[in-house]
Design a protein around this ligand. Structure first.
Ligand SMILES: [Zn+2]
Length: 262
């Protein structure tokens, strides 16, 4: 499929990396979303068995993590060979795919899946807004509007999950480069954002915080492996050329300085 260009911005457009996946699905309408609630289950080693209860009665399939593109398309084709009328596909460490005969039925099914897999976010300690504001003023940062982002700094479970690896490809694409960072995690206090954080980076960060808040503290997590991360980086080095790729900056408050965890 030849690349085209956006009529309003002139920006060059490319077909989605998931075009082969759409090609193997027999449904007239296919919805692919990086659903917060679904990903919170899809990064867990026991995610498939937990979803077996939650999605009981639906025609669904768990797709173990594979690279986006042809590998994912083949995995879905394989799943369809076992369950030809499947119309819900949970992609491990990735997201959700829904198929339907028309937009209404696909959206209804998406709503049903979202309702069933919904998990409440964990409660987390309040951010230390006064000190964050001072720091933002002095050092040129800004505060996030969505309070959930602060959990990455104030919630010990979220900090641990974030610091142990990458949960899904978009996280790795946007926040893997150890050069510069669009956000700063301050232990016990909260999170600050770079003044020039892009809308996309902010959306990615907000989604990440919300996903992590929905993973149970004791859930074994399957992080992306080194070889998978290398292939993600290679596949995206040309695709997202020019996009800022930045990682997490950490700042650990001295113990005496840290706010108590309730
Ligand atoms: Zn995707």
């Amino acid at each position: 499929m030849p690349a085209g260009s956006d009529a309003t911005t002139g920006e060059s457009l490319q077909p989605s990396i998931e075009t082969p996946m759409h090609a193997v699905l027999p449904h007239r309408v296919v919805v692919h979303v990086h659903s917060i609630s679904t990903i919170a289950w899809a990064v867990q080693r026991e995610g498939k068995s937990r979803l077996t209860d939650l999605l009981a009665g639906l025609r669904w399939s768990w797709i173990p993590y594979v690279d986006s593109g042809f590998a994912l398309a083949l995995a879905i084709r394989n799943a369809l060979a076992h369950l030809p009328d499947a119309d819900v596909f949970v992609l491990a460490n990735h997201g959700l795919v829904i198929g339907g005969p028309n937009c209404d039925s696909a959206m209804r099914l998406l709503g049903e899946v979202e309702r069933r897999v919904a998990a409440a976010p964990r409660c987390f300690p309040d951010p230390d807004l006064a000190s964050l504001r001072t720091r933002a003023r002095n050092d040129g940062w800004q505060l996030p509007r969505d309070g959930a982002v602060h959990a990455l700094g104030t919630d010990p479970v979220s900090r641990r999950i974030l610091s142990c690896g990458f949960l899904y490809p978009c996280q790795a694409v946007f926040f893997h480069d150890p050069g510069i960072s669009p956000f700063l995690v301050i232990e016990g206090r909260g999170v600050l954002l770079a003044r020039d954080i892009s809308r996309t980076e902010l959306a990615m960060l907000t989604g990440l915080a919300n996903i992590i808040l929905r993973v149970a503290p004791d859930a074994p997590i399957r992080y992306l492996e080194e070889s998978e991360l290398r292939r993600i980086a290679a596949a995206n080095s040309t695709r997202y050329r020019g996009l800022p790729e930045r990682h997490v900056s950490w700042e650990f408050a001295p113990r005496s300085d840290a706010r108590p965890t309730p």
